[in-house]
Design a protein around this ligand. Structure first.
Ligand SMILES: Nc1nnc(-c2c[nH]c3ncc(-c4c[nH]c5ccccc45)cc23)o1
Length: 333
């Protein structure tokens, strides 16, 4: 009976719906810090029964799930690095029963915002890292997600140097499919860059939705500056309102980074002499000078469309997905 079921539960971890998870994370982000200590030691909602096995209302580290440092195939020193997201560390986790390997992002409860998970919970797409569950353990929110075991594009660039055009095309198509989906729901990611694109064997997915917003009007008026400077669009820097097109510009700067191994601007304006790039991004023409010399003509024209200074003239993801640069004729491949 329900009572037996209740008695046998020793914790507050349960399988639930997206609505259950959203009310759980809203509870967490709305609880005053001093009140957090009175919450049960273990609480959480698991969306995905296939990957995470709850036993008697519990899901414990080293009992039900093990945590590992990431081992990257191409990382020469092979040390288990723990990549840092916008507000937390990301570990590799493996469910003891299902053996499913997951990413587990730890966010200290005082830094946790419901927005960190809201969009990943509500919007599912093969190029958006799936959220499997959210748990609170001793003052840390643990987000279990789809793992990109190939690491992020940034780690690949740091380890293997500039990417070849066919690799860039492969990543760009995946990111554009994810952006086309998010933008069709008026969602702006706000932090498209190499470290927020992670690689699996058969696809790439977008991660880190801590800065993500859903537009309610035609234009989003920011209260604060969101994103990473080198990848920011001129209209975002101006802070007079922007749209989903800002993500397209950030993809353009990300492609320059994948081609050359460096973000735009930094070679012409060294970081040592330029603490901030905001004024440069605002005043200068888009960074077409930072496009790789050996960039193909189709990719160059793709970048001109993605880096168009005027967002209303900039191509949307749905148009760029049809661009010849990322749909080369067979013999080119
Ligand atoms: N900031 C953030 N928010 N969610 C994620 C995330 C979800 N699934 C993931 N899978 C892999 C990695 C990852 C990043 N760098 C790495 C280096 C080595 C191995 C793995 C990685 C990160 C994630 O990241």
């Amino acid at each position: 009976s329900g009572d037996d079921e209740k008695e046998s539960n020793h914790g507050d971890i349960k399988y639930g719906t997206v609505a259950d998870l959203l009310s759980f994370v809203n509870l967490l982000s709305s609880t005053q810090t001093e009140a957090l200590q009175y919450l049960p030691g273990e609480m959480g909602v698991v969306l995905n029964k296939k990957h995470m096995t709850i036993k008697k209302g519990r899901y414990r580290i080293n009992v039900d799930v093990q945590m590992f440092p990431w081992k990257l195939t191409y990382k020469n020193h092979g040390c288990g690095i723990v990549p840092k997201g916008s507000f937390g560390k990301v570990h590799l986790a493996q469910d003891i029963i299902t053996r499913k390997r997951m990413a587990c992002k730890l966010i200290p409860i005082e830094n946790f915002k419901a927005a960190d998970v809201e969009f990943q919970a509500r919007f599912k797409h093969e190029n958006v890292a799936e959220l499997y569950g959210a748990l609170l353990w001793d003052q840390n929110v643990h987000l279990f997600m789809e793992a990109g075991e190939g690491g992020s594009v940034l780690e690949k660039l740091d380890s293997c140097g500039p990417m070849r055009e066919f690799e860039i095309i492969w990543v760009t198509k995946q990111v554009l499919r994810g952006l086309e989906y998010l933008h069709s729901h008026n969602i702006i990611h706000h932090d498209i860059k190499p470290s927020n694109i992670v690689l699996m064997s058969d696809k790439a997915v977008l991660v880190d939705f801590g800065l993500t917003v859903q537009m309610t009007e035609d234009v989003y008026i920011p209260r604060d500056l969101r994103g990473t400077e080198m990848y920011m669009s001129p209209e975002l820097v101006l802070c007079r309102g922007h749209t989903t097109k800002t993500d397209i510009y950030s993809l353009g700067t990300t492609i320059i980074h994948m081609q050359t191994g460096s973000p735009p601007w930094v070679r012409r304006y060294p970081r040592t002499s330029y603490p901030s790039y905001l004024y440069i991004i605002h005043k200068q023409a888009p960074p077409l000078e930072d496009i790789a010399e050996d960039c193909s003509l189709p990719m160059r024209s793709f970048l001109e469309r993605a880096l168009e200074k005027n967002p209303s003239l900039r191509s949307p993801a749905s148009d760029l997905l049809k661009d010849e640069a990322i749909n080369p004729p067979r013999e080119d491949q």
